[in-house]
Design a binder for this molecule. Structure first.
Ligand code: KG4
Ligand code: ZN
Length: 337
């Protein structure tokens, strides 16, 4: 018999993501983003995101079904992001998922967004090594996880105590006059600059924890730029971008490899929007090679928020025989891992 067809729904932030996965074969990954509506505010506006999810839900599900060449009635299970994320945005996805599951008479699974970021890699690189360490870095989260089994055992090792890594990229981009979201612009500018031009602080680098802190770095960059501008100097944006980026990826990769060492794990996975960063990928590869750790980074379209990651984790839950959550799923903005 065919493996089950799982519909995944992701609405934790600004992306309405609909994924269709059979077993661990990706059939469709369709996304409607409301980012254009948020750009002029310099950040995601929760109420705007919720309304956009409501409008995008049905057309995005229909587009995904068409892309996969399947019918809604073919769906065997529904999975939805239950949290963490923006409460109002999550509610739209959870309500839609309950409706689909109830209408179709199929099991419904509420999943953790961070675990889904890990599970998605199976769609590209096959079964996850057990255990692996995952570094998840995006505009909303920066976490290190120990993953003995993505379907039932994911342990938080550390996370940011203030800003997320992507948030730091976005805020520093604004200081440098680059558009929102700033991560890709900093990445591009940094290629023309030197990562050693300015030494910026590496928060919590030697504190013995697996937590991160980026707000001191962000402030240090802003102060540095303000001081130069007040003195009438022109800023060499590529050098500042590269030096800031180096500080972020130095800390991220050092802590990720410290986690692998501490737990004797030989596979590291990096996910989330910031995983698209070219310097992060290069330095992570260099440090993994030196430590004998294998590195897995999904392609950019699977790293940023999407529905396929939710469907991928849903598939694991179905395969593991986990009891579906059905209508009990809360939308929990601070859902723990
Ligand atoms: O995963 P994502 O699409 O959404 C969430 O925040 O959950 O991540 C978006 C974040 C933004 O902060 C964006 O600036 C950052 O990922 N980002 C990057 C790059 N591409 C996206 N940061 C650094 N370098 C990049 N190439
Ligand atoms: Zn995310």
């Amino acid at each position: 018999a065919d493996e089950p067809l799982v519909l995944g729904i992701e609405t934790s932030c600004d992306e309405t993501g609909i994924g269709l996965v059979r077993g661990h074969t990706l059939l469709a990954n369709t996304i409607a983003s409301s980012m254009d509506e948020h750009a002029r505010f310099g950040g995601v506006v929760p109420e705007v995101a919720s309304r956009a999810h409501l409008e995008a839900m049905t057309p995005t599900v229909e587009a995904a079904l068409a892309a996969a060449g399947v019918r809604l009635s073919d769906v065997d299970a529904v999975a939805v992001t239950a949290g963490p994320g923006l409460a109002g945005a999550l509610l739209v996805g959870v309500a839609a998922a309950k409706s689909y599951a109830l209408g179709l008479g199929v099991p419904l699974y509420g999943v953790n967004h961070l675990a889904a970021h890990v599970a998605v890699d199976q769609l590209e690189h096959g079964p996850l090594p057990k255990p692996c360490v995952a570094l998840l870095v995006s505009g909303g989260h920066s976490s290190l996880l120990l993953v003995p089994d993505v379907a039932q055992d994911v342990i938080s090792l550390g996370s940011t105590v203030d800003d997320a890594a992507g948030e730091a990229f976005d805020k520093v981009a604004r200081v440098l006059g680059l558009p929102f979201p700033g991560g890709p612009h900093i990445d591009r500018a940094a290629r023309e600059g030197s990562g050693t031009a300015v030494t910026f602080p590496r928060g919590k680098i030697d504190d013995g924890t697996l937590d991160f802190s980026f707000s001191g770095l962000k402030t240090a960059v802003a102060r540095w730029v303000e001081a130069r501008q007040a003195a009438g100097e022109t800023i060499h944006v590529p050098d500042v971008a590269a030096s800031f980026q180096e500080a972020v990826v130095d800390v991220l990769t050092r802590k990720a490899l410290a986690a692998c060492k501490k737990y004797d794990v030989h596979d590291l996975l990096i996910g989330g929007g910031v995983a698209a960063n070219s310097r992060l990928r290069a330095l992570a590869q260099e440090r993994c090679d030196a430590a004998g750790v294998r590195l897995r980074v999904p392609r950019p379209g699977l790293c940023t928020d999407n529905g396929a990651m939710v469907a991928a984790l849903g598939s694991n839950l179905v395969a593991a025989g986990i009891t579906p959550s059905m209508l009990d799923i809360p939308a929990d903005s601070s859902l723990p891992i």
